[in-house]
Design a protein around this ligand. Structure first.
Ligand code: ANZ
Ligand code: ZN
Length: 966
């Protein structure tokens, strides 16, 4: 047992006194900048999830120092935000006081864990000396036209009379009082992040982020390549004064172009309607007089729906027709114009062309309102058994496959051909004036005689198939659909002689129907649809019924159709983004004041730079104003000010910034935290930035990461920062869950307080446990038993040092230990570099096990082990290091090197079985322990599905094989 309490305290004090973790500006050593997301200092204190992130980069930072780097590993506080403000309202304490108390607690906790932060660079977003620069950067953006004010609808609680941030609305209700939140239009400051959409996308090419992070950012930006096509609509020019009374007014019409945005121009021959957002500006004057009343009612109804409800795949789409038509410029066809909730006003042009056959939402809508469904893009098949032959004429036909099931036997009716080696379904052409169901019925009757058929469903299609029709000696392009029937009874009529001689009826089992037994190149499509509902064909394909574009593949068709539209001047290529501008105002007290003033004469004026920061006034009350304005609006002495331009009366902006503001540039401030002339000195930025590795949670991938990249790219364009991207590499830790894999939360009472763990087991144990619990990027549940295991591991190391002897020569040490030691150095080095902390620790455990088998251990070996352990368990390592006779800190020593010859891996293939069946083979280090093998096996992706939800009864380990019994 080692006395971790006194050891940990002793070394923490010594490191602090020696300034051991200070980063040195402009040092000759190469720099490394490690960054973890700085926390919001909540009243709850540090979470074990924070520790996972900080411990990981602490390991990197400590190892990098031993590798000879000048390391910057800073920490600070992202401390503006609602919880402090709400707590202030409740308790009457000032948010600043609350923040101070919380940050003191967080700092104490972090120090108790031995994280090697350079505390001399601590920053705090609520410190006026810091937010002066947040305000300054905002003003630079404002000057460049990147900040603008506009009416936006915000969440509003009608009872509390306050605007609600998105995170304050749970289930559509106000988080404080449970009243249903409403929408309220308010003037808001916006940041034009959309101007940086392309740069933010392009920048992703330069950085080393995990694929899933890049993907999320890409999707969030949502670049969409398509086209805008104008549909001509007739519009009233004089709108009636009364609703619905046509006789009162004389109505004149004028032609008007309505552009629609589509990513699927290849489907334009299948358009059944034009659909406008209900908010579309012209709706009122477009609607036919007799439809206006219903249209207005519908618009009111949609106002109550949220955007999420409107676009969700699940929710039922509604709409009403306007009673006017639009002309499809490709076909000249007239289609009706509708408004519908699923079309959003603020994306694309706010108008879409509806193609029910190829878009799921349009499909559901057309089914509901009986609109036409026209297939124009279909899968393409070439019958490889009867491929088209060169030189034969091509005949295009619309055909059907009639598929008949006998419900009594489950068998399917097929035709066996006499002259050809074919077995087919009932096949035939569709005559003029027939639909596919009628045609199929007729063909079944003619070819098989069955009379009483019950239509079940269209099995799919059409499909465009090319084949050689030997019986007609021609190539066919068949546009084929399949229709499924069931026999009502087995009554038949006689089949005509000429049909009967071509093929005979055979009833086949469904399981015998496959590409070997059947001549049908669309078979897989039909079979798939047997058990599936009818739906839109949303994939790409080949165009049919599309005039001169028929036969082209979708991408090629889109290109040619866009060229055509551009040449005829009724359309153009267009790129849209889903990314929206950033709502940058909050109507709260505890945020950075937006440094603008309004003068009646001069309009919006920036606060002069030498008057920054615009400080938050110290007040007693933060109660909402009741008008939706920020509490600052009530503080007249603060609001009323002088115009910086004309000296006349002016008012301050009372909105504050969102708490994303301070975190959008904080990593720059760490390079020069106390500068009061600039946000950070250019030379220091050049030395320290960009950040080499930035670790944080996946929940910050789309907002914080994107916002800070946006600010950075702006500063880069202004020539104020040296690199175009802020973070070279991004990594992400998985969440620490409560026992049993559920989220830790106060209400469940399963939150682990790091203070308790440190008290009982020590900081080193907590650090190693959190790194050992599983792969770094995965969510892992807390497991008290494993902590005890980690504690024993550290005690074992402590005890090892009692068998240390002075010189390696004096002792009979097995050469296998020496080899293992070099292998471990290699493994741990590589694992740390690759964020495989859990396997690094496993390797250390193997080494310690092997060493403890020895009677005596040379001091040199023990020193090596201690150095390898140092980044993980800094306190214990520093103590052992000094007990082994060293005067200087272990962190001033070099990271050990290995001899490649000795480190050559001795590995073997560990066979993993589940219930005696081999399910995986993994390469494992020779001499692996049972625990280790278990750890590896349970983390194998191939094994996990076999254990899913089952209880592990027993584990048998033979050294080469591990059998898990469930
Ligand atoms: C016709 C069409 C046919 C479409 C088809 C899709 C499939 P993304 O990729 O998100 O950009 N759309 C356009 N503007 C819209 C709006 N304001 N509200 C709702 N939907 C809108 O999606 C672009 C597609 O979403 C567009 O392409 C349009 O429907 C629809 F088989 O046009 B598409
Ligand atoms: Zn003025």
């Amino acid at each position: 047992m080692h006395d971790f309490k006194s050891i940990e305290k002793k070394w923490q004090e010594k490191w602090e006194k020696d300034g051991a973790n200070k980063a040195e500006d402009f040092s000759k050593k190469p720099k490394k900048y490690f960054l973890v997301e700085f926390p919001y200092p909540s009243g709850d204190g540090l979470h074990v999830g924070h520790c996972r992130s900080y411990a990981a980069l602490d390991i990197l930072a400590r190892k990098a120092r031993m590798d000879g780097f000048n390391v910057l590993y800073p920490m600070g506080w992202d401390s503006f935000g609602l919880p402090a403000e709400n707590y202030a309202i409740k308790t009457g304490k000032h948010p600043q006081e609350i923040t101070k108390k919380n940050t003191d607690n967080f700092r104490r906790q972090m120090k108790s864990l031995g994280f090697s932060f350079d505390w001399s660079r601590e920053i705090n977003t609520t410190d006026p000396a810091y937010y002066k620069w947040t305000q300054w950067i905002f003003l630079q953006m404002w000057k460049k036209g990147l900040a603008y004010k506009t009416k936006m609808s915000i969440n509003w609680c009608p009872k509390d009379k306050i605007g609600l941030a998105n995170e304050e609305v749970a289930d559509g209700k106000c988080e404080r009082c449970g009243t249903s939140a409403e929408k309220k239009e308010m003037e808001q400051w916006m940041l034009r992040i959309t101007a940086y959409a392309d740069k933010l996308l392009a920048g992703l090419e330069e950085v080393d982020y995990p694929e899933r992070v890049k993907e999320q950012q890409t999707n969030w930006i949502g670049r969409s390549e398509g086209a805008e096509i104008n549909f001509k609509v007739a519009r009233e020019i004089e709108s009636p004064k009364t609703l619905g009374k046509k006789e009162d007014i004389e109505i004149k019409y004028k032609e008007l172009d309505i552009p629609v945005f589509t990513t699927r121009l290849d489907t334009i021959y299948g358009v059944s309607a034009i659909v406008l957002a209900p908010e579309y500006p012209l709706v009122a004057c477009l609607a036919a007089p007799e439809r206006k009343k219903e249209v207005y009612q519908y618009i009111e109804k949609v106002k109550k729906e949220t955007e999420i409800e409107r676009v969700s795949e699940e929710s039922e789409k509604t709409g009403v027709p306007l009673g006017v038509v639009a002309i499809n410029p490709f076909t000249g066809e007239k289609v009706p114009v509708w408004i519908a909730d699923y079309v959003l006003a603020n994306y694309g042009t706010g108008a879409v062309m509806m193609v029910p056959a190829h878009d799921s939402r349009d499909f559901a809508f057309a089914k509901k309102y009986g609109l036409e469904i026209k297939d124009v893009v279909v899968p393409k098949r070439i019958d490889m058994k009867n491929p088209p032959e060169k030189g034969k004429k091509i005949v295009e036909r619309k055909t059907i496959h009639g598929i008949v099931r006998n419900p009594k036997t489950g068998k399917i009716l097929c035709l066996k051909w006499e002259k050809f080696p074919w077995t087919t379904f009932v096949v035939g052409g569709v005559n003029d004036g027939e639909d596919i169901i009628l045609a199929a019925k007729r063909e079944i009757r003619e070819e098989t005689g069955y009379l009483n058929l019950e239509f079940k469903k269209v099995l799919g299609g059409p499909v465009r198939s090319e084949y050689f029709a030997a019986h007609k000696d021609e190539n066919r392009v068949a546009i084929t659909s399949a229709v499924l029937f069931e026999l009502k009874n087995e009554k038949k009529e006689a089949v005509k002689e000429n049909e009967a001689s071509i093929h005979e009826c055979v009833w086949m089992d469904l399981k015998d129907i496959n590409y070997n037994t059947m001549t049908c190149s669309e078979l897989d499509i039909w079979l798939k649809r047997l058990n599936e509902d009818e739906r839109a064909y949303v994939d790409e394909g080949t165009l049919i019924y599309s005039g001169k574009f028929s036969g082209l593949a979708s991408p090629d068709a889109r290109r040619k159709m866009a060229d055509f539209a551009e040449s005829k001047k009724f359309g153009r290529r267009q790129i849209n983004y889903h990314l929206r501008d950033w709502v940058f105002s909050r109507q709260h007290y505890w945020g950075e004041p937006i440094p603008l003033v309004f003068c009646e004469k001069c309009g919006v004026q920036p606060v002069p730079e030498d008057e920054l920061p615009v400080k938050l006034p110290m007040v007693k009350s933060y109660e909402p104003t009741g008008t939706g304005e920020s509490p600052l609006a009530n503080i007249k002495s603060w609001v009323n000010t002088k115009c910086p331009k004309c000296g006349g009366k002016a008012k301050r902006e009372t909105d504050t910034m969102p708490n994303w503001a301070g975190s959008s540039w904080y990593y720059l401030r760490y390079a020069d935290p106390n500068n009061d002339k600039v946000f950070a000195d250019k030379k220091l930025l050049k030395y320290w930035t960009p950040v080499d590795i930035y670790n944080g949670g996946m929940e910050h991938t789309t907002l914080h990461l994107l916002y800070s990249r946006f600010w950075h790219k702006f500063l880069y364009d202004e020539g104020l920062v040296p690199a175009s991207e802020p973070y070279k590499k991004r990594t992400s830790h998985g969440m620490v869950l409560g026992e049993g894999g559920i989220k830790m939360s106060k209400s469940r009472g399963n939150v682990i307080n790091p203070d308790d763990v440190v008290k009982e087991y020590g900081a080193d144990t907590l650090r190693i446990y959190e790194m050992f619990m599983g792969p770094f990027s995965e969510a892992i549940p807390w497991e008290p038993k494993s902590i005890i295991g980690v504690k024993r591991f550290l005690d074992k190391i402590w005890n090892l040092s009692s068998s240390v002897i002075a010189s390696p020569k004096g002792a009979a040490i097995s050469s296998s230990i020496e080899k293992l030691l070099h292998k471990t150095i290699k493994g741990v080095t590589e694992d740390i570099d690759n964020f495989k902390f859990n396997t690094a620790i496993s390797k250390l455990m193997i080494l310690v096990n092997a060493m403890s088998q020895e009677k005596e251990i040379p001091a040199a070996y023990c020193l090596l082990l201690t150095t390898l352990l140092a980044p993980f368990a800094p306190h214990l390592s520093e103590e052992l290091w000094s007990k082994l006779g060293n005067k200087q800190s272990i962190f001033l020593s070099d990271w050990p090197k290995y001899d490649p010859a000795l480190a050559k891996d001795e590995e073997f293939e560990l066979v993993i079985q589940v219930n005696g069946k081999v399910r995986d083979k993994i390469t494992a280090p020779a001499g692996i322990s049972e625990d280790e093998a278990k750890h590896l096996a349970l983390q194998s992706e191939k094994i996990k599905p076999w254990l899913d939800g089952k209880e592990v009864r027993k584990i048998i380990f033979t050294g080469k094989l591990l059998n898990i019994v469930v």
